[in-house]
Design a binder for this molecule. Structure first.
Ligand code: NAP
Length: 211
């Protein structure tokens, strides 16, 4: 019998709470901040959405909201800069829930190795995976992500179909200054990018330029 009192309340529930293997499984890396609504939106389209982030309270809130809506979120509390933990976690995830069909990766540029580790693991799956790499505005400012280098990295993993999703600017009227996207627009855009399967997808009306 499970003693509920012994479960720390600020910890997200263990992923072993899900008994059945999902028919369709998505993974969102960094899905509790700007992409929180994206996590929920994808949970309406996939049987299970695994979400990676560090903060257990934010993961727990997301899990609870999904549960109340009858959706399945699998919270994975880890720091993707911890390469060993990330690799183990991906291995366990695939063993427990089967292959991932779609990945949305919102990974900070200070964790470059994370992309390679994830691609390496996904490449061993029994089915191909669509990988949507979300590039934010800081990417344009600091040129921290070399787009061609990133594409070359993923080209080494044929089971992983790489897509770039760029966060741009929205212009409501021709006379208006372009503005940042809202989180709602980002969610709609990511869902549209997944539907389109395009290699490059811009959310917004124009790219961000710092020049
Ligand atoms: N172009 C546009 O129109 C537009 C519009 C809005 C926002 N943005 C961009 O969005 C940015 C805001 O987002 P943000 O990145 O600051 O925060 P954020 O939206 O909270 O995204 C970070 C996500 O990744 C997780 N995360 C971060 N580091 C992690 C790590 N080492 N290991 C595991 N998970 C990690 C965070 O959760 P934990 O912290 O719990 O780990 C969170 O889920 C802005 O800087 C802006 O550039 C752009």
């Amino acid at each position: 019998m499970v003693d509920n009192d012994s479960v720390p309340q600020d910890q997200p529930p263990s992923s072993t709470d899900f008994s059945a293997k999902p028919q369709s499984h998505a993974l969102i890396i960094g899905g509790t901040g700007m992409l929180r609504e994206t996590s929920l939106a994808l949970a309406t389209r996939y049987d299970l959405v695994s979400v990676i982030a560090r903060n257990s309270n934010r993961l727990n809130d997301l899990w609870e909201e999904a549960l109340h809506a009858g959706l399945r979120i699998n919270p994975l509390q880890l720091d993707y800069k911890d390469e060993e933990h990330l690799a183990t976690c991906l291995q366990d995830l695939q063993t427990q829930f089967g292959p991932v069909k779609t990945v949305v990766a919102w990974i900070k540029s200070n964790a470059e190795e994370a992309n390679a580790i994830i691609a390496q693991h996904l490449n061993q799956q029994s089915i191909p995976v669509e990988y949507y790499d979300v590039l934010g505005s800081l990417h344009y400012k600091d040129f921290e992500v070399d787009e061609e280098e990133r594409e070359a990295l993923f080209a080494r993993y044929p089971q992983v179909h790489y897509h770039q999703v760029k966060l741009g600017l929205r212009q409501d009227d021709t006379d208006d200054e372009p503005r940042w996207l809202t989180y709602e627009e980002i969610t709609e855009g990511i869902v549209a990018a997944i539907d389109s399967r395009e290699d490059e997808f811009l959310i917004g009306d124009s790219e961000v330029s710092y020049f």
